[in-house]
Design a protein. Structure first.
Lengths: 162, 191
């Protein structure tokens, strides 16, 4: 058996430390393949010791599970949300593409603020108009009981410019 | 494709825990969380390279398992079932958005924790970590289930929803790539 075949069979085997009879015979006679297998075993046995950051999630989940009454809602959240990790991870705001300043950012909050500002301006305008016309003398031919502004508003406005 | 019901059975004690959890015993499920969290988290961290994503996915998998325990068939492999749920969640999320990769952390576990006689130097562990991190995702997932979890090719196939031969092929390719990168350094380390 050639060394390349032996090494490929070691790579394809479930566990490189459990070899079949013909492989064992080759390994016993071939120091190069024996060393090669030793390196493969060493590599694989160190994989479970690769570093990963410490997780605090287990303690959190166990606390929810044993001491708090939030488990059902937690289960619901995880089953309903297709990507809870995305929802919980802090995400930096996405930069706007150039030329996308208007239209794109019409959020409900901004629309509500715009409507409120427009209403405020209308109210101020109405108040200002009412105040100025109330100061003017009533036009001739109008009964004293009726407010001048309601009957001839445009004439009253024309007077303001004089 | 290997259904996870067909893979080998785990110890009796675990079946008792699962049975109790199926009856709503939270303490029993807590023992299962205690037993599986680190294993799930490690695997998911190696897939995502993101601590928060791995934690969220591990939690999601365990909670989904808890919610669906009634569907778990007694006698099948709980570990394979759990890892399958986690892998499905990972695949779903991965399609939604690509994760921001983080570098492997500098803090290595104490060498005493590792296989004492075969422990690698800090530099070699970093090299191995980077090499594992650069494996194609399918190869990495299969290889880690073999090297860390000790699952058989049949069990790996059940977790990854593929055939036994494909699982074997992925582990083979992963080992081949890792050996190409790490073995020359191992030679120098030994010399």
């Amino acid at each position: 058996m050639i060394c390349d075949t032996v090494q490929r069979r070691l790579l394809a085997g479930e566990s490189p430390d459990q070899v079949e009879g013909d492989l064992r015979a080759h390994l016993a006679a071939c120091p190069a393949c024996r060393d090669w297998r030793g390196r493969l075993l060493r590599l694989e046995r160190n994989v479970p010791y690769l570093p990963v950051p410490v997780s605090r999630g287990k303690a959190r989940l166990l606390r929810e599970l044993l001491y708090e009454d939030r488990l059902e809602s937690l289960v619901d959240e995880n089953l309903e949300s297709p990507s809870p990790a995305l929802a919980e991870c802090p995400v930096a705001p996405m930069p706007l593409p150039s030329g996308a300043r208007s239209g794109v950012l019409l959020t409900p909050t901004r629309i509500a603020a715009g409507v409120a500002a427009a209403l405020l301006l209308l109210a101020l305008g109405w108040w200002w108009l009412h105040r100025r016309t109330a100061d003017l003398p009533p036009p001739t031919g109008v009964s004293a009981g009726a407010p001048a502004i309601q009957q001839q508003p445009f004439e009253a406005l024309a007077d303001l410019g004089r | 494709v290997v259904p996870f019901e067909d893979v080998q059975v785990l110890p009796d004690e675990e079946h008792i825990l699962i049975h109790s959890a199926q009856q709503g015993d939270r303490q029993a499920f807590a023992v299962l969380v205690e037993r599986y969290w680190d294993r799930l988290y490690r695997w998911l961290y190696h897939l995502t390279h993101n601590r928060h994503a791995a934690e969220d996915l591990a939690q999601e998998a365990l909670l989904k398992a808890f919610a669906n325990l009634a569907r778990f068939r007694t006698g099948s492999n709980f570990s394979a079932w759990l890892f399958r749920i986690a892998f499905n969640s990972f695949v779903t999320q991965h399609r939604v958005a690509a994760r921001t990769r983080q570098a492997f952390p500098d803090q290595l576990p104490d060498r005493g924790i590792g296989p004492f006689e075969e422990a690698l130097s800090r530099e070699l562990m970093q090299l191995l970590a980077r090499a594992v991190g650069r494996l194609p995702e399918d190869f990495r997932a299969a290889f880690l289930l073999r090297a860390e979890e000790g699952l058989s090719f049949r069990e790996i196939a059940a977790v990854l929803d593929t055939t036994e031969e494909t699982a074997r092929w992925r582990v083979f390719k992963a080992r081949q790539k890792l050996m190409a990168v790490v073995a020359p350094q191992l030679d120098r380390d030994e010399a």
